[in-house]
Design a binder for this molecule. Structure first.
Ligand code: PHE
Length: 357
């Protein structure tokens, strides 16, 4: 029995893998194993002999079984160690960027505009895209039969049969946000209001939905000179060219007096448009001193306060800055177009780090 014990303890200790261990288990304590055969011999023994050999054999069987289990666990640990060595992963490595979605040029340009005006002390205001005709027209000094209403190609919402209040409209410009903001916060104020606007118009340079950004600055002594300085600062930052020239042309809007349309300096060479150089001009926005009636409609006293407003087409200046030829493609959701003209999602424009990289 002592020989058997030494033999198997030694063999188990040296088993190289689980298969070898299983062979040893069968050879020792399996049905026809050496120890099992010895146990069968107990029957042929005298009761005295059996009383000694029985417990000793059982103890030996237990010892072998325990050695097998311990070795099995040890082999499993070694196997796990090996696997962990080959499957090792450095979780501190930086991730690999996956270029999937992109930022639409309109969103990019809105972010750029917001970053520039935020630096100049303006905050962002918003208003609804479906608005009453009072906010979109009357409060802005465009009464019912004013020709400007017809010119705007307005989309009207439906009213229930028998309801003869004036219908709501899809806002035709961002100017109603002027009224909503002043009504709520009074003067002084400095805001921009970027957003969607709607007009029933569709060709290469017009889509029924497009984007504007409104600007409004009201204080005690604000003048057209402040407007001119502000816009020149803006265009230099936005187009990333110093000393860009602007031209103010006398114009007319019902909600400003005086009113001006603003052009920026550009050149056309071989069909190539360059902003900030040359002798040509490109119209980019409408502006003026807020009409006293507009201040009044918004609950601001025109004897105390005055200021300027402007409205600029976002899609238009996005096309100019990024050389995008057709406006309609902006809203086609064509993936190839979006990948080509889109911006990396993590490059957030700031005036300090650069607007567009
Ligand atoms: N609301 C005008 C438009 O859509 C633009 C504008 C805004 C003009 C503010 C003057 C002042 O054409």
């Amino acid at each position: 029995m002592q020989d058997l014990r030494e033999k198997y303890i030694d063999l188990i200790a040296n088993a190289g893998d689980e298969a070898a261990l299983e062979e040893l288990r069968v050879a020792a304590v399996g049905k026809k194993g050496e120890i099992s055969l010895k146990m069968r011999e107990l029957g042929k023994m005298s009761p005295e002999e059996r009383q000694v050999a029985g417990p000793a054999l059982n103890a030996l069987k237990d010892e072998i079984n325990a050695a097998l289990a311990a070795k099995k666990a040890a082999l499993a640990d070694v196997a796990l160690e090996e696997r962990l060595k080959t499957e090792w992963l450095d979780v501190t490595l930086p991730g690999r960027p996956m270029r999937r979605g992109t930022i639409h040029p309109v969103s990019q340009v809105m972010d750029e505009i917001t970053a520039i005006f935020a630096d100049l002390g303006f905050s962002v205001a918003e208003g609804p895209q479906i608005d009453s005709d009072w906010y979109n027209f009357d409060a802005l000094n465009i009464p019912s039969h004013h020709p400007a209403r017809a010119e705007m190609d307005t989309f009207y919402m439906a009213r229930a049969e028998g309801d003869d209040r004036p219908p709501h409209v899809l806002r035709t410009h961002t100017s109603p946000v002027q009224i909503r903001h002043m009504e709520k916060h009074g003067a002084p104020c400095r805001i921009i209001a970027p957003g969607r606007v709607y007009r029933a118009d569709y060709d290469q340079t017009h889509t029924p939905m497009f984007h504007q950004v409104e600007g409004l600055a009201i204080d005690r002594e604000i003048s057209m000179a402040n407007l001119k300085w502000l816009l020149e600062e803006f265009f230099a930052a936005f187009f990333e060219v110093d000393g860009i020239r602007t031209r103010f042309r006398a114009s007319h809007f019902p909600f400003t007096e005086p009113s001006a349309e603003v052009d920026i300096q550009c050149s056309w060479v071989d069909g190539q448009l360059k902003i900030g150089e040359g002798d040509d001009w490109l119209e980019v926005l409408g502006s003026g001193m807020v009409h006293p009636k507009v201040l009044q409609a918004a609950g601001v006293d025109p004897d105390q306060w005055q200021g300027f407003a402007f409205g600029m087409g976002i899609d238009r200046i996005a096309m100019l800055k990024y050389g995008i030829p057709d406006l309609r493609a902006f809203f086609d959701s064509d993936l190839r177009w979006l990948r080509h003209y889109g911006f990396a999602a993590l490059d957030v424009p700031t005036t300090a780090a650069g607007l567009s990289r």
